[in-house]
Design a protein around this ligand. Sequence first.
Ligand SMILES: Nc1nc2c(c(=O)[nH]1)N[C@H]1C(S)=C(S)[C@@H](COP(=O)(O)OP(=O)(O)OC[C@H]3O[C@@H](n4cnc5c(=O)[nH]c(N)nc54)[C@H](O)[C@@H]3O)O[C@H]1N2
Ligand SMILES: Nc1nc2c(c(=O)[nH]1)N[C@H]1C(S)=C(S)[C@@H](COP(=O)(O)OP(=O)(O)OC[C@H]3O[C@@H](n4cnc5c(=O)[nH]c(N)nc54)[C@H](O)[C@@H]3O)O[C@H]1N2
Ligand code: SF4
Ligand SMILES: [Mo]
Length: 745
Amino acid sequence: MATRRQFIRISAVGAGAVIAGATGFRLLASELTEGQKATLAALNRRTPTYCEVCFWKCAGWVYKDEGGAIKKITGNAEDLNCNGRLCPRGTGGVGMYHDEDRLRKPLIRTDERGTQSFREASWEEAFDYITEKIKKISAEHGPECIALFTHGSGGKYFSTLLRALGSPHVAAPSYAQCRGPREVAFQATFGEALDSPERLDIRDTKCLVLIGSHLGENMHNGQVQEMSDAIDKGATIITVDPRFSTAAGKSKYWLPIKPATDMALLLAWMNVIISEELYDKAYVEKYTFGFEYLKEHVRNLTPEWAYGITTIDPTVIRETAREMANAAPAVIVHPGRHVTWYGDDTQRLRAVAILNALLGSWGRRGGFFRPETFELPEVIHPPYPTPKRTWRTEFPDLYKLADTVLANGVCDASVPDPSRNCQFKGWIVNGTNLMETLPNQANTLRAIEELDLLVVIDTMPMEITGYADVILPECTYLERYDDLRVVQHRKPQIALRAPAAEPMYDTKPAFWMARELAKRLGVIDYFPFEKIEDQLDWQLKQVGSSLEEMMKIGVKTFDRTADDLYFYPDEEVEFYTGSGKIELYSTLLAEAGFDPMPVYTKHEEPPVGYYRLNYGRAPMHTFSRTSNNPNLTDLMDENSVWVNPRVAKEWGLSTGQYIHLVNQDGKRSEFPIKVRVTERIRWDSVYMVHGFGHQEKKLRRCYGKGASDTNLITKVLVDPIMGGTGMRGNFVTFITDLAKEEVAS
Ligand SMILES: Nc1nc2c(c(=O)[nH]1)N[C@H]1C(S)=C(S)[C@@H](COP(=O)(O)OP(=O)(O)OC[C@H]3O[C@@H](n4cnc5c(=O)[nH]c(N)nc54)[C@H](O)[C@@H]3O)O[C@H]1N2
Ligand SMILES: Nc1nc2c(c(=O)[nH]1)N[C@H]1C(S)=C(S)[C@@H](COP(=O)(O)OP(=O)(O)OC[C@H]3O[C@@H](n4cnc5c(=O)[nH]c(N)nc54)[C@H](O)[C@@H]3O)O[C@H]1N2
Ligand code: SF4
Ligand SMILES: [Mo]
């Protein structure tokens, strides 16, 4: 164990050494010390990449030893997403490559779904099988009845394939299970979504307000680094969380809010900021729409009112509101990321957006900057055919403001329903473990049962691969090219991912798979380049670079087209909203029949003897994708359930004891979970890290370790505005009398 811990530390030191080495190039070889020679040799053996362990996509370098074996990954110093430093998960990414449990060959199911009976197949055979099924579904039901679920780089190629076939149905769980409500709320307020990396000027902020967002456990690299810089420069951190998070430990104020009541706090903050005239008057006057309505709306929503709901002391509500106003406009009420909590999430995020508008932080230093992305020419191919039907046809009046396909919507529309004339028949699932990712597993299973085709593209045998008809094993990100990374930031940048090694076993990159399928399905014109490296080189040459150059530098930075990171004084700004202004009163929501200003609604509370199931991240893991990673399991190999001492006493629970959890619908955890008694969680909730409790036996390192929160999320609070799946309305109680043999296993 100590050795791998050491490994992670050493690789961080290594990054510094190599950077220093790179500046010493002018020396003659004969003048080099042995250490410098070794550094130079290592530089020659490095390959550029960007990380696939989470979606921050930090750019880095993969180093190999003299024998050509992959040794370590470090951050690229030029990269704005990581500033030369990877997080522990990114460093541990080599474990994805080395994992002996990886998928090795294409597999075709031989028996009923879910029985785990597969036979090895050739690529040829696997593609023929898929081609035949896709043709049949398209002929009988239309190509629109095939959907792609994706989270990860390869999604781009399967999306091209699907659109070429005539289906618009590309769904990502990173929308309706993650940041969708935030994007809709910010779109409605400022006329722009936030995307990632978020345009937060944390490094220059004077006050950062975290509502849930557990930075430090949520390891989104650049944000964690900037938060630590801001703290060093004296910024005030205010954390609102029912749990004493890592961020709460760095905060001037920790507001241990009663779960599901944040809306009341946000409205009370607006009340204080408006009634004490602390808002940015000139900014509100110039840029916003509907201030008078808002003022009236929050008139009676005082801190005393909110106290009864949130349990937060009115004095603290006032003090923190003043703290924000003092820092304004260099203040950020963090928009969060995983925001699908209680079903009124778009409205809660509207409240967050409005608060930022009152403080004048949008477009200001230390608030929200204007990001810029690089325009990379797209590959030229024929236009996509116009689909005859879309998911909108199936849900005409539902989720009116959803601006993309909903993963849960596709799932629902795969279950036969007499009210619908179309039903999804085929799923292609790339890089998303739907069984652990979508709430209400019974519903996901029910949908899967109805499918004529389920193809899963993955690197590992996961819960979802167990249900596939065909499994296509992808090589890891360290063994392939992918599209150039183009993300928004303070400056436009592009980053290259190139293979540091040949794909192991019989694994292949997604680009190749999608193209082979396109050939067989008669849509090869959409993939004009046979090799992705030729495509990348073509794209790069259009913008004055080349694959050769990118292999040397990994990341290329371009100048901004304008010096407009922040609004100029008195700048005239046109916002892409109905009124052309920042909408405190939303015309978009009003037209769609929703509350134009956020309203507090009471959420269900746990029954007696039950506790709200709360979940989050651990710094060394990403969802369920890293649980089997040999490097990262050494740092954390199971999750625990956090229980307040008062509750522990009542139930006779002690730290280290294994128990089961059972939810309000009688759904029991599949595996026992270890108790952690701690003051850091409120007495009305319990907390666990998402991503453990794997049921897939082929994951030999993590099978049965800890419990899965998804198993216990049977109740889903769907956001009527955009269809996000609120997952924090589930309650659990404890089963303490475990059979001895179960604990031993
Ligand atoms: N290490 C690591 N980092 C990651 C990821 C990962 O898997 N691993 N995943 C990335 C992704 S995709 C996302 S979306 C983000 C998610 O990370 P965040 O956006 O930060 O997620 P949240 O749900 O806001 O954070 C969970 C926190 O919310 C608190 N919480 C629970 N209920 C309530 C409530 O009612 N009110 C308030 N105020 N707080 C509450 C919990 O106690 C917990 O501390 O993390 C990203 N970063
Ligand atoms: N209960 C519960 N549900 C949640 C969350 C939660 O906290 N709790 N979080 C929500 C959030 S914020 C998000 S963003 C989603 C994330 O949901 P997912 O994106 O589904 O996350 P993972 O569980 O990591 O699944 C990723 C899958 O991709 C595979 N994979 C990894 N690398 C590659 C690769 O290079 N190629 C291919 N083809 N596959 C690869 C992994 O083996 C794994 O099967 O989950 C949401 N659902
Ligand atoms: S934050 Fe960590 S896991 Fe995510 S891309 Fe960056 S290094 Fe990889
Ligand atoms: Mo997410």
